[in-house]
Design a protein around this ligand. Structure first.
Ligand code: C5P
Length: 229
């Protein structure tokens, strides 16, 4: 199997706020380009999940850093395994997203997770989604995309996703939690959510997923061609 973390391997980064459509776009781009996929939010969700599961307070920075250092996830297609448990659905719960956003504000946790994220860079290429993919984790990415959408639209999309997965959801709670997460993710001192310089910015509020994919794909193909990747 070919494996490399070399900077010569092309990376497409997709950053944006909660429920802006990053995951859908990342999966579509990865399939179209034949690239690997990194959902970086899963790492923060796993630390949040482990903290809640093992009773570690979200204020105990030292213990949270230890959890992040010791994280040994196994990815099998869409399935995520941690400590012998299959957690794909559990990690999607709204309370885990909130815990993830709290642990993600800690520099030590972010540093502990950096290497594992960079190890996802493998031939023939990677599509990575998150909050700091283009700014911190892969600053040399060949294509950088920043997507946004109005908060009402994002809450509706997340509500639909949770219901489809059979998970509990309440639209007004969602609106409040997403709003709080926006403030925390964009306002934190370390790796705050922001567009990387030169990123293609797409407001997806009035676009459906296929339109966003078409626009992003055209941009990536032309960038990959012009940089000869
Ligand atoms: O993208 P997702 O909703 O799964 O991310 C959960 C939380 O993890 C985010 O609200 C954010 O605080 C954090 N996160 C981050 N940096 C990333 C990905 C996610 O801080 N690259």
């Amino acid at each position: 199997m070919s494996f490399s973390t070399s900077p010569s391997i092309p990376v497409v980064t997709i950053d944006g706020p909660a429920a802006s459509g990053k995951g859908t776009l990342a999966a579509g781009l990865a399939a179209a380009l034949g690239f690997h996929l990194l959902d970086s939010g899963l790492f923060y969700r796993m630390v949040g999940w482990k903290a809640l599961d093992s009773g570690v307070p979200l204020s105990d920075e030292v213990a949270l850093i230890r959890l992040a250092i010791d994280l040994r996830p196994r990815f099998d297609g869409e399935a995520v395994w941690l400590d012998g448990r299959e957690l794909s659905l559990a990690l999607r719960q709204q309370e885990i997203g909130t815990a993830a956003s709290e642990v993600a504000a800690l520099q030590g946790v972010r540093t502990a997770l950096l290497h594992a994220q960079r190890m996802a860079r493998r031939v023939p290429g990677l599509v990575a989604d998150g909050r700091d993919m283009g700014t911190v984790v892969f600053p040399d990415a060949v294509c950088k995309i920043f997507i946004t959408a109005g908060i009402e639209e994002r809450a509706q999309r997340r509500h639909k996703q949770l219901i489809e997965k059979g998970l509990p959801s309440n639209i007004s709670t969602l609106l409040q939690e997403i709003g709080e997460r926006d403030v925390r993710d964009a306002g934190r001192d370390v790796a705050p959510l922001k567009a990387a310089p030169g990123a293609l910015e797409i407001d997806t509020t009035k676009l459906d997923a296929s339109m966003v994919l078409a626009q992003a794909l055209a941009y990536c193909r032309s960038r990959l061609k012009s940089t000869d990747c």
